[in-house]
Structure formats: C-alpha cells, structure tokens
Design a protein around this ligand. Structure first.
Ligand SMILES: *Cc1c(COP(=O)(O)O)cnc(C)c1O
Length: 370
C-alpha cells in the first residue's frame, strides 16, 4: 500500500486495447456526434440492460436534469431533498423553479410521502426525489401522493444505475428518471447522463430539446439546448456495459467485507441490503455518533486523512446550507432535523471494484482503534 493516496472512489477501466477498435470505427465513419452509430447502439443496449422502454443519452447528468424539467414544462415550486449532491437543486434554480426542501427518512436517507405532503402548496407542480446512495425511494407512496395532488415526479436517479425493486428497474417509476454517467459514478462514460421515459412522444420531445430544439433540418420548434452525448463517450459506454456486472459484483463483495469487519463497532451505523432490492453498492456510508462512538465524524475523517485515506462527507453541508438555498422556511433546526442529523454524522468510506482487501482492512482497523 505504501503512501499511495486512497480516494473514496477509483474508476475501474476495461483494458485499453479493447477500446481501440471502437475508436477505429469512429475514425473511419467520420461521424463524431449527433446520434451516430455508437449512440444508437448504446441507447438500445442500455434499454435492454436496465429494463426500460425509452432512454435519451446526454452529455452529463445536470443538463439531463434541466432538460427533464423543460420536457415536462415544470414551473413554480418543486419539492426536493436537502440531502443530495448540489446539482439536484441547481437544476431547479436554473429552470426558474423554487426549490422547496422536505426532510428525509432516517433509515433510507430519502424524502418520503410523509415528509413531502406537509410542504405541498398551491404553487407546487412537481417532486424531484433522489434515490440517495442508490437506495430506492418509497416509489409507490410517492406515486400515490403525486396522483392525489396532480404533481409530476422526476427522479434524480444519478446513484441508481441498475437498481431494481422486486425485479423491476427503479427507473420505471415517476414520469422521468435522470441518470449520471460521471467518472465517479458506478457506470460511466467519463461525463454523461440520460433521461429514462416511458413513451415515444416524450422521448421524441427530449431528443429535440437536447439538440437545440431542431425538428428537421430547418425547423426549430423549441428553445432547446446542446445536451448531446458524443460518439467517443457512447463507444466507451458500450465497452463499459460489458464489464458492469463484474464491477457491481466486486463492489458488493467490498460492501460485505466492510459490514463484516465493522459489525461490532458501537456508535456506528451502516446501511443494510433491503429485501427485494437489487443494490449497486455505489457508496459505503456510515453514520458516526460522537456520544456513543467516542469520536466525531470529523475526527474520523481527519484520522483517515492523516493516513492518506480520503473518505468523503457526502452530503455535508446540506444543500440548504449553501447561500442560494438559505431561507427562513427551513432555517430553524427542526424543519429538516433528520437531514441535519445525518449530514452531521455521515462519512462515505472508499469503495470501488478493485480496492485492495488490505485497504479495506486498514480502514476498518483505523475505525475500530479509537
Ligand atoms: C453526480 C450527480 C448529479 C450530476 O451529474 P453530472 O453527470 O455530474 O452532471 C446529479 N445528482 C446527483 C445526486 C449526483 O450524484
């Protein structure tokens, strides 16, 4: 191990020589972007792999979130979570919406029908829940609530690639689901993203919106954006898809090892697998309670850092602590109390397919010795 820094994630990459033939084809075709061969193939392959009806590929997840909001013409207030990566809320502000934050469940870390309902107003038009760490939201409850109030649901599914509930892709819930294929995510195209939708008409609208709003060679129907995924990204996605089951399997083994080694540590909480859920093990969050464990989350973070191990405080600070989201509606310590509790205690430990066993053991030993 030596002094090599250990980061919270490290992407696994297929052998470089396997990527060369894809590049040769692109060089030959001279088609670099705009729905080329690799792009078409990747949409087909991802639909099969994920078990979804329609998918539209994007240059990144954030532009995909924005386009999803545009596709459904979302205006007014949108209810979302304070416990996520900041891009979730940023997409709402960029789209001119008012983000409204609901508290999270202390077990799943997701917003729930029970926390969403009290913050619905007559200006609410949509809900943007996040399947945080790939743990499915209460999708049935949210669907019911959205039905009752006539709200659209766009899931930020950036963490949820490949996640299934009762053998059904979690991406099949809500009106739209948005994926991120960023380099730190479980399935990656360096940068990239996608919107999953359920009907041809919406897919067509999204495809136009991501291509400047063009509907044919000379007609522009909407104020679209450039959200296209290029051929090199799509080619890499095709190759990565061949390895994804292997990588997720390795992640699962890492999670199991952590759970085994840390199971008797007092004052520390880990997530468990949920019955009927097919997890992707993208993150390994733990909660550290200073009173019970004896050291704070920040102390553990610093201790690991001093050994060249870089865990991450995902998600601290909460989104509502950033200046553009501060608001007296949720500034007291009780409105978002679970989110604050978890944000103050969470630490994500290094997890990636090729992490060495001795690194896992070393991390666990450092957490145990205190
Ligand atoms: C990564 C991430 C995004 C943004 O995706 P990009 O592809 O990096 O733009 C959005 N939401 C969540 C929850 C994320 O983790």
């Amino acid at each position: 191990m030596g002094n090599k820094p250990i980061f919270v994630t490290r992407p696994s990459l297929p052998p470089l020589e396997e990527f060369i033939p894809y590049l040769e084809k692109i060089w030959e075709s001279r088609i670099l972007t705009n729905n080329g061969d690799c792009h078409k193939q990747l949409e087909t392959k991802l639909k099969e792999y994920l078990g979804v009806k329609h998918i539209a590929l994007f240059c990144n997840g954030t532009i995909a979130l924005l386009t999803a909001l545009q596709a459904l013409r979302i205006t007014g207030e949108v209810i979302t979570t304070p416990f996520s990566f900041v891009a979730t809320a940023h997409s709402l502000l960029w789209n001119g919406n008012v983000p409204v934050f609901a508290d999270i469940d202390p077990i799943t870390f997701n917003i729930t029908p029970e926390t969403i309902e009290p913050v619905i107003t007559d200006k609410t038009t949509a809900i943007m829940p996040v399947h945080v760490y790939g743990t499915p939201c209460d999708v049935d409850g949210i669907e019911k609530l959205a039905g009752t109030y006539g709200l659209k649901v766009i899931y930020d599914a950036a963490h949820a690639f490949g996640v299934k509930k009762d053998s059904v892709s979690i991406l099949n819930y809500g009106d739209l689901s948005v994926l991120s294929f960023h380099g730190t995510k479980t399935y990656t195209t360096f940068e990239g993203g996608a919107i999953v939708c359920h009907d041809e008409k919406t897919k067509d609208r999204i495809d136009k919106l991501k291509n400047f709003g063009f509907a044919g060679e000379t007609k522009v129907m909407e104020c679209g954006i450039n959200g296209k995924m290029n051929e090199v990204q799509a080619a890499f996605g095709l190759l990565y898809l061949k390895y994804i089951d292997l990588y997720i399997g390795k992640r699962k083994a890492v999670a199991c090892r952590y759970r085994e080694l840390l199971k008797d540590v007092g004052g520390m909480v880990m997530l468990s697998d949920i019955e009927g859920v097919w997890h992707n093990y993208s993150y390994f969050p733990i909660l550290i309670d200073k009173n019970e464990y004896g050291m704070s989350r920040d102390d553990v973070y610093e201790k690991l850092k001093s050994k060249n191990i870089y865990s991450r405080k995902y998600f601290y600070p909460m989104i509502t602590d950033f200046p553009m989201y501060k608001n007296e509606r949720w500034s007291d310590d009780t409105t978002l109390k679970n989110a604050k509790y978890i944000s103050d205690r969470v630490l994500c430990l290094p997890i990636y397919p090729d992490i060495e066993t001795e690194v896992i053991e070393n991390v666990c030993q450092l957490i145990k010795d205190h």
